[in-house]
Write a protein that binds this ligand. Structure first.
Ligand code: DGJ
Length: 731
């Protein structure tokens, strides 16, 4: 108690001192083109005074005033945009932080204590310490500003020194404010086989919330990212757009609130739904990272900022090449044996891909994994199906000359499994209600350290016993059902959060031991792709929907936040009405793979696929490591086009697709972007079916980058599900 009184006196003194001196301290978080400026005025609190295009003159910072947006009723209580507003203070709108202190008081007033900036890889990190003036509760706000990419990453840490635990019922990562005439929100709603569907709506007074309550498989219904455009709906090449995403593999909530004077606050956070968090003295609650960019040249530039940033600083092995592969899920499902797989490995080699990926169905003996009703949890190879074990498979892959990858779903258990028989208490389920299932399975309780050890050991043992495993596809097919942890006992409300933290602990341990093992993040399609998980995964599976027409929309959506390098796209037999060429050309825009029985291809189609793999590999400097320009949106018509340009602008590739064009509709030329206007490029249509030749007018010509960007290529046609891949090589 004594040190609480001393602490409170000191803080009041420091607040009083700054009030006397009338100081106004600015904290500048800046990238090359963006300024986020925070201010500590003489009341000692912390306010956002500017977020926008970088200010040219440092002296202008002196004119920024925290009270520029007073209450419309002329009230005398000064109101500003408090950076980390606490519940119960004089701001009557949604707070960033809501704490019930040990004595039951629900209010928090945070005062500036100190800040510090230091250089970090790619930019500058600024840490700002705030403290309540009546309770020993501290919040540290962290900001990393990535200079060149114009990306800011921000998160917060909450801790306290109260004798008894405090309860957190809101714990935002940050809070951002805007003042404009109108705001438009683009969300990316989802479902199985319908991921990242874009829709835009104006924001009106009151709140709009984007959230999920799924626990695991957390982005099944909504992706953890959004576009917020100012004064006009998001456009690809113009307008001011905030693009934000939360690095959290669990329930998230974005709140957009337009207040009484038409200002907007954006609050990205873990969803506090059923998650009042008990924070003990000395513990630190770290929020997830919120990552954003503010583009003044529309969504296209914003995406390029995020894609470049991710490859350089966040995505696992973002600067390294990726493996092309042949997967067996769409081809064989659960029906395979050792000989059949050995045959597929030879086919993979013949196709020219780097790896064979064995999917679901290879494990469990007492309750064999013949279908999705049994076996999850028993990660022993099924001896009847695969008598030679994984060793026989890695040997066969080596003989065939390809790498070997394996599917796992280690966070789950089927009640029909030996694991569940031995450890029913490891599964999340109610002790006193009938259990309900999603895909016949339950989620393991990763809040329990024993379960974390078990999940870690599953993966570690597979790798130790089978050093030939070169890759994992890590799946997660169920949301959390029956939300009750036998381990957490009376602290049930922590389960949604501690479960996700448990997953990270497992992934951190694996990363420490196997730092460069490539892994695909999969969640019954694309229900997991956030930037925290992607610190541990090299790529993610966008969707089980591999119908190429649907994929044009799905990949378009995800490309707003992720580089092509992180997005897996496979050629399958979904939509057989589309040609193998069309399907392959669509998959070639991302990390290319195949999941199709090669026997069902004609000799010409197989030859085409081989050539497409070779072409894709040659184009890696553009597709995987270059810059992407979205040129024609499938949402705006019957066509879609993107182009990629290598860093030195010596190589580029245009992908152009016709979906279902109308009779005699107007076909516009496709104007490329990002080329060197003064370079001459040889134009060559590639990915042609054997025996056919290009009908592209400019095929074989040499054209300047300037011409290609201003006049463009007549790349669209009236054809149904037609595609063109055009390679541009600087001469
Ligand atoms: C869902 C994934 O999205 C599919 O690709 C496949 O791996 C199945 N799970 C296997 O059960």
């Amino acid at each position: 108690m004594k040190h609480l009184i001393l602490f409170t006196m000191l803080l009041s003194l420091s607040c009083a001192l700054s009030a006397q001196t009338g100081e106004r301290k600015n904290i500048r978080i800046a990238t090359n083109h963006t300024d986020l400026i925070l201010q500590v005025p003489d009341n000692g609190r912390l306010y956002q005074v500017y977020l926008g295009e970088r200010l040219r003159h440092d002296t202008d910072l002196n004119h920024l005033d925290w009270q520029v947006h007073p209450a419309s009723d002329g009230s005398v209580v000064p109101r500003g945009w408090e950076v980390y507003s606490g519940s119960g203070n004089e701001d009557f709108f949604e707070p960033a932080l809501a704490v019930t202190h040990a004595d039951g008081n629900p209010s928090t007033y945070l005062y500036y204590v100190s800040h510090h900036s230091k250089p970090v890889d790619g930019g500058t990190q600024t840490d700002i310490v705030l403290r309540d003036n009546r309770y020993p509760l501290e919040v540290t706000l962290h900001y990393v500003a990535y200079t060149e990419e114009d990306v800011i990453k921000t998160w917060s840490e909450i801790s306290h020194d109260e004798k008894q635990p405090v309860y957190l019922s809101a714990y935002a990562s940050t809070m951002l404010y805007f003042s404009a005439g109108s705001y438009y929100l683009t969300e990316f709603s989802s479902d199985w086989a319908k991921e990242a569907q874009m829709s835009t709506q104006p924001l009106r007074p009151g709140k709009k919330v984007l959230d999920t309550k799924l626990g695991s498989r957390a982005a099944m219904h909504m992706q953890p990212f959004f576009l917020l455009s100012i004064d006009q709906p998001a456009d690809e090449q113009q307008g001011q757009v905030l693009m934000g995403t939360l690095g959290w593999t669990g329930n998230f909530r974005f709140t957009f609130e337009v207040d009484n004077v038409g200002n907007l606050r954006v609050i990205p956070a873990i969803n506090p739904y059923a998650s009042r968090y008990e924070l003990k003295r000395g513990e630190t609650f770290a929020t997830p990272e919120f990552i954003f960019t503010l583009s003044r040249q529309g969504a296209g530039q914003g995406s390029r900022n995020l894609q470049a940033w991710a490859r350089r600083y966040q995505l696992k092995d973002g600067r390294e090449p990726r493996l092309t592969l042949l997967n067996n899920w769409e081809n064989t499902g659960f029906n395979f044996n050792q000989d059949l797989l050995a045959g597929l490995m030879k086919e993979a080699k013949d196709l020219g891909v780097d790896m064979f990926l064995l999917d679901d169905g290879w494990f469990a003996n007492k309750y064999p994994r013949q279908n999705d009703r049994a076996g999850l949890g028993d990660w022993e190879v099924n001896h009847a199906k695969l008598p030679g074990g994984i060793t026989a498979l890695t040997d066969a892959a080596r003989e065939a000359g390809v790498k070997f990858g394996l599917w796992i779903e280690p966070e789950m258990v089927n009640p029909k499994s030996e694991l569940f028989e031995q450890h029913p208490e490891w599964a999340i389920h109610y002790p006193n209600r009938e259990t309900y299932y999603y895909r016949n399975q339950l989620v393991l309780d990763l809040s329990n350290p024993d379960v974390q050890d078990y999940v870690y050991s599953v993966v570690d043992r597979l790798l130790t016993e089978n050093p030939g495993i070169a890759y994992f596809k890590w799946d997660c097919n169920s949301p959390i059902t029956n939300i009750y942890s036998p381990y957490l006992k009376e602290r049930q409300e922590q389960l949604y959060i501690d479960h996700v933290r448990g997953i990270y602990r497992v992934l951190q341990r694996l990363q420490a031991k196997y730092p460069h093992l490539p892994m695909m993040l999969c969640s019954g399609g694309g229900a997991r792709c956030d930037y925290e998980a992607l610190k541990y995964f090299t790529e993610f599976w966008c969707s089980d929907n591999t119908d190429p027409v649907e994929r044009l929309y799905i990949q378009w959506g995800f490309s707003h936040f992720f580089p092509a390098k992180a997005m897996c796209a496979h050629v399958t037999s979904w939509n057989r009405a589309a040609s193998v060429k069309f399907r392959t050309d669509v998959a070639s825009m991302c990390k290319l793979g195949f999941d199709i029985g090669l026997q069902e291809l004609s000799a010409e189609e197989l030859e085409f696929c081989r050539q497409a793999v070779t072409n894709w590999k040659q184009l890696q400097p553009a597709i995987m490591d270059g810059t992407q320009y979205r040129l024609a949106s499938p949402y705006n018509g019957n066509h879609m086009a993107v182009n990629y340009v290598s860093a030195d602008r010596s190589m580029a590739v245009l992908f152009a697709y016709d979906i279902h064009p109308r009779y005699q509709e107007k076909l516009l030329p496709v104007k490329l972007q990002g080329l060197d206007p003064d370079k001459l490029y040889r134009v060559e249509e590639i990915n042609l079916m054997p025996g056919t030749s290009s009908t592209l007018k400019a095929h074989g010509q040499t054209l300047s980058g300037d011409y290609l960007m201003k006049v463009g290529l007549e790349a669209f046609t009236f054809g149904n599900m037609q595609s063109r891949v055009v390679k541009l090589t600087a001469q």
